[in-house]
Design a protein around this ligand. Structure first.
Ligand SMILES: CC(C)(COP(=O)(O)OP(=O)(O)OC[C@H]1O[C@@H](n2cnc3c(N)ncnc32)[C@H](O)[C@@H]1O)[C@@H](O)C(=O)NCCC(=O)NCCS
Ligand SMILES: Nc1ncnc2c1ncn2[C@@H]1O[C@H](COP(=O)(O)OP(=O)(O)OP(=O)(O)O)[C@@H](O)[C@H]1O
Length: 199
């Protein structure tokens, strides 16, 4: 069974994924895969330099993520350009991991944690969509605190994603992260234990 775990920025996906791992789930983290495809000398990094210029790299040849973020989160065309370079490669890498999991764990549960699961259309390939939701005020607070962004930068990042209300239409399970971390953990445990027997 493949579960697509999604939610907007700083909604709490990684925290949910951490609790799921404690329960024995295997998790693929799409943000992590996105980092692997842009390692130095990768074809994706070369394409990014061709599109955004050599100034998008640090002196040591690694991607300057903060600089790229400041470009794409205030320019929808630049964001689309980056996604066109990265998403096919991220999808290929994820599909390889899914195939290998299915071979090694027939009938097992695999979680794909992906912020853009629905925007990228990957929700069509999973068995269930689990959506982590959070009130925008709390989301803003948690995002500023975690990533040390200005309120303006945080708002730009939030505005670059599909509104949470729209995502609810695609969700089989909604995990409301308005409470404490232990409230969240209890919800995750309850959902996990309600999965059909055999998984
Ligand atoms: C712009 C980049 C370099 C910023 O890197 P940074 O280390 O600051 O952030 P990180 O990668 O940890 O992402 C943090 C969060 O930003 C949001 N986010 C990232 N990319 C996007 C995007 N293209 N559109 C909307 N939100 C995004 C997600 O909620 C994500 O969880 C990086 O996010 C990136 O390469 N994005 C493009 C690839 C992508 O679409 N990744 C999403 C996973 S499929
Ligand atoms: N219930 C909660 N109470 C307080 N803080 C929380 C709660 N849930 C998550 N957080 C904190 O909020 C921040 C965002 O959570 P998390 O990193 O899990 O979100 P995310 O959805 O994975 O974000 P991203 O899309 O950026 O990867 C983190 O600093 C996390 O520790």
């Amino acid at each position: 069974m493949l579960i697509g775990l999604t939610g907007n920025i700083a909604s709490g996906k990684s925290t949910v994924a951490k609790y799921l791992k404690e329960l024995g789930a295997q998790v693929i983290d799409a943000d992590q895969v996105a980092r692997q495809v842009v390692l130095p000398h990768s074809p994706a990094l070369k394409e990014i330099v061709n599109s955004f210029g050599p100034g998008i790299l640090h002196e040591d040849g690694t991607l300057n993520r903060a600089k790229l973020a400041s470009v794409i989160f205030q320019d929808a065309a630049a964001k689309e350009k980056l996604e066109n370079i990265l998403h096919p490669r991220i999808a290929d890498a994820i599909n390889r991991q899914i195939s290998s999991f299915k071979k090694s764990h027939p009938g097992g549960i695999l979680v794909l944690e992906a912020p853009l699961l629905i925007e990228a259309g990957w929700h069509k390939s999973v068995d269930q969509v689990w959506l982590v939701t959070v009130d925008p005020q709390l989301q803003l607070q948690r995002l500023i605190l975690r990533d040390k962004l200005t309120p303006e930068q945080a708002r730009q990042r939030m505005a670059s994603q599909m509104p949470q209300e729209e995502k609810k239409k695609f969700a089989h399970v909604i995990i409301n992260n308005a409470g404490s971390p232990s409230d969240l953990q209890r919800q995750v445990q309850a959902i996990w234990h309600s999965l059909p027997a055999g998984y």
